[in-house]
Design a binder for this molecule. Sequence first.
Ligand code: TYD
Ligand code: MG
Length: 453
Amino acid sequence: MGKKKTMYVCTECGYDSAKWYGQCPSCKAWNTLEEITISNDGEKASVKATDLTALTIDQIPADDENRYLTGMNELDRVLGGGIVAGSLILLGGDPGIGKSTLLLQICEYLGQKLKVLYVSGEESAHQIKLRANRLNVYTENLFVMTQKDIVAISDYISSMKPDIVMIDSIQTMNVYSNQSSTGSVTQIRECTNILMTCAKKNNIPIFIVGHVNKDGDLAGPKILEHMVDAVLYFEGDKQLSYRILRAAKNRFGSTNEIGVFEMSGSGLKEVENPSLMLISGRPDNASGTCIACIMEGSRPIFAEVQGLAAPTNFGNPRRMATGFDYNRLNMLIAVLEMKCGYYLGNMDAYVNVVGGLKLDEPAADLSVAVALVSSLKDTVIPDDVIAFGEIGLAGEVRSVVCCEQRIGEAARLGFSRCIIPKNNYKNISHKLKKEIEIIPVSTVREAFENIVS
Ligand code: TYD
Ligand code: MG
């Protein structure tokens, strides 16, 4: 018993092997395999097959899912309707993006009914107090502790029995029995394991903050993703004030939902209608911009797509995409050239999605193409038009999902014309057709000519 075994784990993808490699055989990253020691106790535990029983699914008591609301709709929605008791939630994001702010801020609402324990390994109690004042968090039910020893913290949680725990951050926690340095993969993995046991045993939900490194991976704990119940990423450009919260994994809800926040002088503010924010500030009478509509979970979101086609100075034209897939942009340019008669072969082409949003749905194709053509022809797209549709390799505009929902939202936001795929048109209700002008198109050229006519 207690024998230790050595293994090597990739910090990028979590691949493990008994042998060390310079390059990870799974994700091909170099120099990412780290040595970890695991005890062999598990293998020697002797549970006899005759001692085991399996329950039928209806023998298992069906307690109602117990969820705590956080007082922030945007966060609740990303969590799938609030915090599930006993769940372990990883909140990842770049340093300084606002993870600690978000967690501290929800304490005020949670503290009205629940006992919250906030454990920080990064800031002193005094610093947390200053921040809490700034965020108007004064609840008596918030308990703050600065500690890094995870075993002690876990014991404290078991005896104090708070209703919710926040650990800020997992990179600063350590297990003293473990030889490796704080923040290493072994430490992070072990600490998360201890927290997981603690959360499940006491049925207490625990938030874990995890910093993301330069490459966009959770520093080390990419390997944590499979251990926790939910992984939320806090994204956004630090220069801009918008922040987008996205679920990368959620055992208790959908991963399609996003929450949008704005960082202000007194903490994060929810943005209930992100579309208004994303399309505000659109330049007047400028060519090369078009409004796109994508579905983020159950919500249609509008964003401004900007395209710029400029004569190239070099042999090879440059293509650049921010917020849109680079390869897909190249494909769209090829389709525009070969199938629609818009020549970009001697043009640099740039695409930018305003506000830091990522358009990763095919429905955004049409607006990207229209924005580029608008720039190429130097023709202004009127600001009451939106366009969506997937573009196929034959230059055709293909149908998309949730068409009625997108049109309904466009009408609500005050747009007066929608360019949609022809195949979607027959399924649109008469009521909607009366509310807003709907123009079905089957090619990119048809779309562009309809918009500017
Ligand atoms: P923080 O929550 O400390 O980031 P993280 O925990 O993800 O590392 O956020 C810090 C940033 O947020 C900092 O650059 C300042 C900004 N901020 C505000 O703009 N307003 C505020 O009220 C607070 C508390 C922070
Ligand atoms: Mg922090």
